[in-house]
Design a protein around this ligand. Structure first.
Ligand SMILES: NC(=O)c1ccc[n+]([C@@H]2O[C@H](COP(=O)([O-])OP(=O)(O)OC[C@H]3O[C@@H](n4cnc5c(N)ncnc54)[C@H](O)[C@@H]3O)[C@@H](O)[C@H]2O)c1
Ligand SMILES: O=C(O)C[C@H](O)C(=O)O
Length: 420
């Protein structure tokens, strides 16, 4: 089966409309759809639209995730707040919580807001980006279903617990370090299952401490507790696995102990009878107003100077490239915008088809609905540039390579095909 590139606005509108159909308020559905699509725009496809189903859609359908976004502020000071999210969708609550932290930082220098009884919030870096865009240093993290074993153990206990930091710079992107505290996160294993690829050595151990390369076995084993995703640094102490384990523990404590949220084994999401139950998590969001320390201009210049000096490091091979955190996401964003959307693989096409059929969203037509290839018309040809026009009724842009999507045609230096 073929993968197709789908424009971001189509995916975002589809995700929003699916969520509205299953009972989510339009303004909250729009936030979830934006954050899922933003993950794809940044190249974090493991946490993008591909997770609408099985995670959010299926959990709402099973009645283990609330569609109404309700929350209470249970404790508040000028610089802190504790939110109870009552098993609501994690993305809208997290956006509200990070904005509260930023507002407090803007007024008092620092702000920290924690949530309990919230649910999976997607990419941590979305929320730290909000802080950087508003002149703050942002930090956030969340706990998650058990995945990481403590160093020396084989039982998965800690979530893949992402920890993200962002701040503005005078470069054309904000620094944003946004990653799990495990070597690979669950979304990556799901991706390896979809692509039928073996899991690389060093990512996983089973309950005998042995490696396992079968992605499906790992995914099932994570839920059963027979497999674990190793912390940053890997197994044992030799390569510093205890550092990743330590950072995952910091995230667990900041997510759970300040807000009095659930932690570790309580996040398996299984009821005593073995059926799926809610996974109510904790998150923390922190913002520091740069202007409380120095001018924003001085901060950005200094941070940018650090980025630029890092890039001057002597390289092992001239062709190697030195990146700083946030740079790849910025490039992916521009590249994907230029290419006109995100590649949707066959497994994700099936999930989209199932949601479309169940919710009667027949107004959405995707390229894989097309029955036959039809020729495209070249309207202009220059060296390395063809301007082509799609025939009437052609379904979406299906150019899968470096092309510029322009309405009903594309500019490209390759051959692409269109289906009807
Ligand atoms: N909600 C959850 O429970 C949860 C759990 C785990 C991960 N996640 C999310 O999944 C996403 C992916 O996580 P991941 O652990 O796979 O991330 P990853 O391993 O892809 O690392 C991404 C980070 O590393 C930086 N980076 C990549 N290559 C670099 C290089 N060569 N030099 C310098 N920096 C570089 C990126 O800019 C980015 O900040 C994140 O958005 C994370 O928040 C969410
Ligand atoms: O899937 C989870 O529970 C957490 C996170 O999104 C991950 O991919 O590891």
């Amino acid at each position: 089966m073929t993968s197709y590139r789908i424009p971001f606005d189509v995916l975002e509108n589809f995700s929003r409309d699916v969520l509205i159909k299953i009972g989510v308020e339009p303004q909250h559905a729009a936030v979830v759809a934006d954050i899922l699509t933003e993950s794809d725009r940044r190249g974090h496809e493991t946490h993008g639209i591909g997770r609408l189903k099985p995670i959010y859609y299926d959990r709402v359908k099973k009645g283990i995730l609330e569609t109404a976004v309700k929350y209470d502020i249970v404790k508040e000071t000028s610089t802190t707040a504790v939110i109870d999210a009552h098993n609501s969708l994690g993305h809208p609550i997290s956006k509200i919580a990070m904005q509260m932290a930023i507002d407090k930082a803007k007024q008092h220098g620092l702000g920290m807001v924690v949530c309990r009884n919230s649910t999976h919030y997607g990419i941590a870096g979305y929320y730290t980006s909000m802080a950087a865009a508003q002149g703050c240093v942002g930090m956030c993290g969340t706990n998650a279903r058990p995945s990481i074993p403590p160093t020396g153990a084989v039982e998965n206990m800690l979530g893949t617990n992402p920890l993200a930091f962002a701040f503005p710079t005078d470069e054309d992107f904000d620094f944003n370090l946004d990653c799990a505290t495990s070597i690979a996160q669950r979304g990556r294993i799901e991706q390896y299952v979809r692509e039928n690829r073996p899991v690389p050595a060093g990512w996983v151990i089973d309950d005998k401490g042995q490696p396992c390369s079968d992605a499906q076995q790992v995914l099932t084993g994570l839920t059963k507790g027979t497999h674990a995703l190793l912390p940053l640094g890997g197994a044992g102490e030799e390569l510093g696995g205890y550092k990743g384990y330590g950072y995952a523990t910091v995230v667990e404590v900041l997510s759970a102990s300040l807000s009095q949220a659930n932690f570790l084994r309580a996040l398996y999401g299984t009821k005593p009878d073995g059926s799926a139950g809610p996974i109510e998590l904790g998150h923390f969001f922190f913002a520091a107003n740069v202007e409380a320390f120095t001018t924003l201009e001085e901060f950005k210049k200094s941070a940018g100077d650090i980025m630029r000096e890092l890039r001057t490091a002597k390289k092992a091979h001239p062709e190697d490239r030195i990146y700083v955190a946030g740079e790849k996401e910025c490039e992916a964003y521009h590249e994907q915008i230029k290419l006109g959307g995100v590649i949707i693989e066959p497994a994700n096409q099936k999930a989209i088809d199932a949601m479309r059929a169940e919710q009667g969203l027949t107004q959405y037509v995707f390229p894989w609905d097309a029955k036959q290839d039809v020729p495209i018309t070249m309207t202009e040809e220059k060296p390395n540039l063809k301007v082509c026009k799609y025939p009437e009724g052609a379904v979406q842009n299906m150019c899968l390579d470096k092309s510029m999507y322009v309405g009903d045609g594309c500019y490209h230096a390759c051959s692409c095909h269109v289906r009807k």
